[in-house]
Design a protein around this ligand. Structure first.
Ligand SMILES: O=C(O)CCC(=O)C(=O)O
Ligand SMILES: [Fe+2]
Length: 277
């Protein structure tokens, strides 16, 4: 494994991305790049009002404060990872999310559309669709994740097959899984920065013990695995391969880190790209 810092994201816009890669999602599937970043693809001036709306309709709380609700992560949307064990209830919940998202963004540019449109621009000769089951039932289109003080994502991967073994879901057919993450609000910048870190290490069964035992950082240091921190500002969108070990350090301070996220299923020989949350 090379130790030079040559594993860099491609950014800041579609033109540069396509100048560098004929088929950017294929490059991502091979982890040739850690991430594809669209800078300022959504006008961040809209976020304070959008966040106010999420608070006013009771979908999230402002900060940790003195709340009865002590969850360190609030989801607005339908998470397959968290709800997928009960398929019927997952799909019902997803239908409610579709209903909610029909009017939640009234008066704003629709940030979900922005993610899908960026992904379509990257998808050479493939059709981007919301994931669905053969009977037509849709998965959730995207999810806001609000992370409060102390919330962290330890080194992990996301993969419906390799990690979650969800063979009863249609998205199981895709070999590769990506995430798309639009930064809505950063945590308070005075503490350590709460920005995602991607490791140049694709998951294999041999890596799993280091994830389970919490020793991945030692393993990475011993094996000189490159890492790439993705520094985002509100309005920036990044796509990455979720089979690369990745993490987000703990939120510090009173300002929650908020993202709008999707998962993406991709196979070289499949003319569809499925999106869910
Ligand atoms: O919030 C992020 O930037 C990444 C979170 C994450 O681990 C994921 O979306 O798979
Ligand atoms: Fe993840």
């Amino acid at each position: 494994m090379s130790t030079s810092a040559n594993w860099q994201p491609v950014e800041p816009n579609l033109q540069t991305i396509l100048n560098n890669f004929n088929d950017p999602l294929h490059a991502l599937s091979q982890a040739e790049v850690p991430a594809i970043i669209f800078r300022q693809i959504y006008n961040p001036d809209q976020f304070p009002d959008l966040i106010d709306r999420l608070i006013n309709v009771g979908l999230m709380r402002q900060s940790n404060g003195n709340h009865l609700d002590q969850r360190t992560r609030i989801d607005i949307g339908t998470s397959l990872g968290n709800r997928g064990n009960d398929k019927e209830s997952f799909l019902q919940h997803a239908a409610v999310t579709h209903f909610l998202f029909n009017f939640l963004f009234d008066g704003f540019a629709n940030p979900v559309d922005v993610i899908y449109s960026a992904l379509s621009d990257l998808a050479v000769e493939k059709q981007v669709e919301i994931a669905s089951e053969p009977d037509g039932q849709l998965y959730g289109p995207a999810i806001f994740r609000v992370h409060y003080e102390s919330h962290a994502y330890k080194p992990h991967i996301d993969h419906v097959t390799l990690r979650e073994k969800r063979t009863n879901y249609a998205v199981h057919r895709f070999n590769h899984q990506f995430a798309g993450v639009l930064c809505v609000q950063n945590a308070d910048g005075t503490g350590k920065s709460t920005q995602a870190i991607l490791h140049r290490c694709l998951w294999t069964p041999e890596i799993q013990p280091h994830i389970t035992d919490g020793t991945f950082h030692d393993y990475a240091a011993e094996n000189q695995i490159e890492r790439c921190q993705i520094d985002l500002e509100p309005g920036d969108l990044y796509f990455f391969n979720t089979r690369c070990i990745h993490e987000v350090p703990a939120v510090e301070g009173d300002v929650p880190r908020i993202v709008l996220a999707v998962f993406i299923g991709y196979s070289e020989d499949d003319d569809k790209i499925y999106v869910w949350s």
